[in-house]
Design a binder for this molecule. Sequence first.
Ligand SMILES: [Zn+2]
Length: 414
Amino acid sequence: MQTNSVKNRMIMAMAPYPSEVAAFLLLEKVMENQEKSQQVIIDDTTLRDGEQTAGVVFSKREKTAIARMLDSIGVGEIECGIHAMGKEEQSSIRTLVDLGLNARLITWNRALVPEIEASIACGVQAVDISLSVSDQMIVHKLRKNREAVKEQLKVALGFAKSRNLYVSVGGEDASRADMGFLVELMEITRSLGGDRFRFCDTLGIMDPFSMFDKVTYLRKSVPEVDIEVHTHNDLGMATANAIAGIRAGAKFVNTTINGLGERAGNAALEEVVMGLKHACGVETGIDTHRFREMSLFVAKASHRPLSVSKPVVGSRVFAHESGLHADGVIKDPHNYEGFDPAEVGLTRSIVVGKHSGSGGLIERYRSMGIVVSRKQAEPLLEQTRAMSCKRKRDLTNCELIAIYLGEEGLPKAA
Ligand SMILES: [Zn+2]
């Protein structure tokens, strides 16, 4: 898209030709819509990177339930495990394959032929074959050199394609790798029929601007190979980086429910989907209504409690207390809500506490079937604020009723 100043100059130059101006504006609209309808495929890795979180273990029953939920909401691809973890994991992968889900199941493998063979034995038809691609890891972890990595890719990818697998070539630590080397790896991926390249910010050290630049560069360098972005949240930018990668043209994005994952976690499924929809106008085709339910399930299964203020799905992200905000929401939720809580399976609540105003208090009593006038609300508000300060929290329905009835050692409402 042209910048506004360039666009305006073009329109002025075309002013004597109104039909051309109309055609230009129409073309621009079409291009805008094309950008917005960019196809994005979610590859959710709750069952792989999510379970890799220190101390997290899912049972087979939980894995099955999570896979079914992801499939039911329209997630296109599920990274379902690492067969190299042993027999239990392999059995889980086979169980998931037998579910016959619409989502494509993909396993995570090191780029080694025996691992790819074992994945085939589990029944999957898609594999991620991972290689460390930064000099840091090539030299100091693998004790190898770039040539050895290229050779390893050729052998593993050649084998996987000879078995008709869908292959994602995973570039571990790609964010710290030499960009020229990444292009070389993508060229090999293209020449051997690899299906996509996974650009991993393994350590979560990128910012959205550099993510956008790097993905743009790779996309332009090897346009035939789709790009997938895999982002981590060590600096709190996993979701922003995932979205930046998509805005730069990545077609696939890795997510996990609740942002579960190694260390500080991955980009959260619910944040990426809602961010794309509401911040970027990009639809993913995901049914978002089960997000809260899925988050609670994964929080329980992973023993990682959900923060009440977790973006999108936290129990209190649609709770309003302060006088101005509560009043604004009561008048029209659009005043202080970026999207409808029902979209993600949540409900709004008016919280009564230290910062409440009379509008919020009246509304809260009304929700309990108690009609309170503006005049009655004033002394009640004073009492609720006092109790909230004393108890250092907002008030429950029982406490509010007690205040209304004058049962808290406080004077009865007038
Ligand atoms: Zn990861």
